[in-house]
Design a binder for this molecule. Structure first.
Ligand code: HEC
Length: 187
């Protein structure tokens, strides 16, 4: 009887241990939804949709068109030359809020969706973090132009940047090839 009890408790201990071992990956996976939720919270409170989602006219005025969420400046939208500005006016924006002209030339918001060819589909977490921290495309390419708020966003913590990146990988991929920026001389 004693022996049985000892065996039984050993079995119970083993069962408990293997339950913990089995649960460990579940707990690690369980972090993913929390990261995605945190990333969604940061993206929807930090203005990303303001500039990276094209605006359309809604019942109450212009609003982001979430059917093209975070897909950047629409590739098919032809723009006339940027307007000439006077005095302290230095910046003009297109109605979609995805194209700007200013002293830096003309810039167009990037496609942040996971589309492999035209969005961030091939970006690693490292590419994303390096871009935001250094203000250069993938940390080593050309400087990221205004009005992308790099000076503010580079202050995001590593955890927050990872959450934003993780969330961006879960949104619908949209194929949209954003044009290259134009230099000031061509305005
Ligand atoms: C005020 C407008 C604005 C806001 C707000 C904004 N962006 Fe941008 N973003 C831009 C513009 C414009 C570009 C393209 C600049 C260029 O071509 O150099 C850009 C570029 C980027 C790039 C670089 C893409 C590449 O290929 O190098 C990333 C990544 C990015 N934005 C992510 C974000 C995220 C994430 C948020 C929200 C936390 C955000 N942006 C909010 C305007 C904005």
């Amino acid at each position: 009887m004693m022996k049985l009890t000892a065996e039984t408790s050993l079995l119970l201990a083993l069962a408990a241990a293997s339950t913990v071992a089995l649960l460990a990956p579940v707990v690690a996976l369980g972090n993913e939804p929390a990261k995605v939720a945190r990333g969604k919270y940061l993206v929807t409170t930090s203005g990303c949709n303001d500039c990276h989602t094209p605006w359309k006219m809604g019942a109450n005025g212009p609003e982001p068109d979430y059917s093209r969420m975070l897909s950047g400046h629409p590739e098919k939208m032809e723009l006339p030359p940027a307007p000439k500005l006077v005095g302290p006016w230095v910046m003009a924006a297109a109605a979609t809020n995805t194209a700007w002209s200013g002293p830096w030339g003309v810039s167009y918001t990037a496609n942040l969706t996971p589309d492999a060819e035209t969005g961030l589909g091939k970006w690693t977490l490292r590419n994303f973090v390096d871009t935001i921290r250094t203000g250069r495309h993938m940390g080593r390419g050309r400087p990221i132009l205004p009005p992308m708020p790099i000076p503010m966003y580079k202050n995001f913590s590593d955890e927050d940047l990872e959450a934003i990146y993780t969330y961006l990988r879960t949104i619908p991929a949209v194929s949209n090839k954003v044009p290259e920026p134009l230099p000031p001389a061509s305005q």
